[in-house]
Ligand binder design. Structure first.
Ligand code: GDP
Length: 298
């Protein structure tokens, strides 16, 4: 399965450029540059990033005859160059358990991502424990249990409405006793009450640090790529309430909004550990900057 946006749906840029494809070479002028910039902005790359990408593209090419192929290749190279530093899988440490806190708004794909990650790590021989820390959403807990069963990973739960920090503490105890390699903790995603959420996350961190002062070793923010520029706001908010160390971008299958990843990389430089490319357990892929850039340009 392709790790990137659905190739059946050509990237926005590709679609428009295709119109010019029978016109083999044309002069790169301000007008063409402006329409390229417009396309990049439409793909949710953000104005600043789009301007920089096109400015770099123009260097040494302005006023020259260029082919559509050359433009596409140059755009893809520019985009890949921005993305390369952030393409970093979840780092694995010898610490046992490595505690991975997973944050993000409801609906972003947190539950699904934890299931997919647990399945991959477990298939790679890692002993994983999941804590269903979103104790207020019974459906999320049930869903995690389904994923956990499929992946053969234990999912620790607590009664609906109970204190997530106390569950996290119990999960930490269990993971330590079992000699687990990783403990993944799901968290609530109710941004409506930011203060509450902040306190809830802070309390989880406080109690797990009683067991390991270095924990959590990673805080992954899960973002829905189809929300476009909204994802940027979410990073800003979550960085204020948690110590975000990396991202997972979900729903990259068949979205034309993939450009937001470029904006995120450019702006925050946070590692992109993986991308979600579907709803099934195997639909989590490493982030490949070259392939991504090619798919985006189309
Ligand atoms: P949570 O509320 O953040 O825990 O989100 P869920 O994990 O429940 O996901 C919300 C919806 O998005 C579900 O219908 C998932 O199947 C779907 N979803 C999650 N990740 C992906 C993905 O990478 N691609 C697609 N197409 N759907 C996804």
């Amino acid at each position: 399965k392709s790790a990137q946006p659905d190739p059946a749906k050509p990237g926005l840029i590709g679609r428009i450029l295709r119109r010019a494809e029978d016109e083999p070479r044309r002069v790169l002028d301000d007008e063409m540059l402006e329409s390229l910039e417009e396309l990049l902005i439409q793909s949710d790359m953000g104005v600043e990033t789009a301007m920089r990408v096109t400015a770099n593209l123009a260097q040494g090419r302005m006023g020259r005859r260029v082919s559509v192929r050359e433009i596409k290749q140059a755009l893809a190279d520019e985009i890949a160059r921005i993305m390369e530093p952030v393409a970093r899988p979840l780092p694995l440490y010898p610490t046992r358990p490595q505690v991975v806190l997973v944050v993000g708004v409801n609906g972003s794909g947190k539950t699904t991502t934890i299931g997919k990650l647990a399945s991959q790590l477990s298939a790679a021989g890692k002993k994983v424990v999941i804590a269903a820390g979103d104790t207020f959403r019974a459906a999320a807990v049930e869903q995690l249990q389904v994923w956990g069963d499929r992946a053969g990973v234990p999912v620790l739960t607590a009664p609906e409405g109970s204190d997530p920090a106390s569950l996290a503490f119990d999960a930490m105890t269990r993971a330590q006793a079992d000699g687990a390699d990783l403990l993944m903790i799901d968290t609530a995603g109710r941004l409506q009450n930011r203060q509450d959420l902040m306190e809830e996350l802070a309390k989880i961190v406080r109690v797990i640090r009683k067991k390991d002062p270095e924990a959590p070793h990673n805080t992954i923010l899960v973002l829905d790529a189809t929300t476009g520029q909204n994802a940027i706001t979410q990073v800003e908010i979550f960085r204020k309430i948690a110590d975000v160390s990396g991202l997972v971008m979900t729903k990259l299958d068949g979205t034309a909004k993939g450009g937001v990843l470029v904006a995120l990389a450019d702006r925050f430089g946070l590692p992109i550990h993986a991308i979600g490319v579907g709803e099934k357990i195997d639909d989590l892929a490493p982030f490949d900057p070259q392939e991504f850039a090619r798919a985006l340009v189309g």
